[in-house]
Design a protein around this ligand. Sequence first.
Ligand SMILES: *Cc1c(COP(=O)(O)O)cnc(C)c1O
Length: 378
Amino acid sequence: MKFATRAIHKGQEPDKLTGAVTVPVYLTSTYQQDGLGKLRAGYEYSRTGNPSRASLEATIASLENGKYGLCYSSGSAATTAVLDLLRPGDEVLTTIDIYGGSYRLFKTVFAKYGIDFVFMATSSADEIAERISGRTRMLWIETPTNPLLNILDIEKLAGEKRDDILLVVDNTFASPYFQNPLDLGADIVVHSTTKYLGGHSDVIGGALATGNSELYESCKFYQNAAGATPSSLDCFMVQRGIKTLEVRMLKHQSNAFKIADFLKGHPRVETVFFPGLAEHPNHDIAQKQMRGQSGMVSFKLHGGRHDLDDVLGKMKIFILAESLGGVESLVCYPYTMTHAGIPEDEKQQIGITENLLRLSVGIEDVDDLLEDLEQALS
Ligand SMILES: *Cc1c(COP(=O)(O)O)cnc(C)c1O
């Protein structure tokens, strides 16, 4: 079955009891048991399992070409579940330009439990592979990276690591429509479903997918034990978003290409970061491992923070806000917003400078978006 069909049908068969075409929202905390040890459909308590969640988990597993899916109350909760696979003394290699919240979670929460995180300023799979030590147990990567949209070669990293090292890819920026890390050798793929999967900026959620039954069992155990599960209503909303993922991603992509082209030719723009552009330093790898580009476009303006303030103040359609992946276009100032928690020297090292803006290009009419940027930059 092709992607768009799976997005609408996988795990979403009409309800057996009523024929309801849409998976019902099972707002129940518990389930009647037919006798001691006799669960009617395998459900006993909604933290442990809920049909709305099970349905969404099956859909996400299918879209990521995994055998198993698990949903959590946020992308950060999904990240936490994956990190629970580690033990004190283990080392994780990652990059500085990952999601700011993941950076904070690694550095301030999990470091306390004796897990060492090495934050590298690189987008080279070779450099990461060379840094692997006897204690390395996990490679945690994001590609495209946030906010500079560097591309890391997933297949290369998978090929160069030892078997006892887990390769985890946060696939939030590309969405499963444009990239499937499990197919490229990743062990686990993580999503903030808050972004493209939900797609409407109205729900917080997270998910993971894997093809490995042991990893699945472990993360499932943690899901129930730690309890950061999404409500059935949230699952319904993410699943409704997913039904239109393909049409939305195609529109995000075409709008983003036009905006990247426009910015590239604008005299006030110093650099455009968009993996779809032929001049992007990792364009070849992007072509190889992705089927297209989402709506993320970053750029640097000539001038300093004052000039940026002026541009942001003039924007009428682009909304100044954190987050991404919704139908509406957003603009973000990573330096003090999403990446505020990263020390100054590390920000400089990777190029998160005071003249950088990140756009999450929505699915409005692109003419209006271009006009808005044109007048804001004038
Ligand atoms: C938003 C985001 C997260 C965290 O997800 P939440 O749902 O906000 O907890 C993780 N990774 C990336 C790339 C994100 O954009």
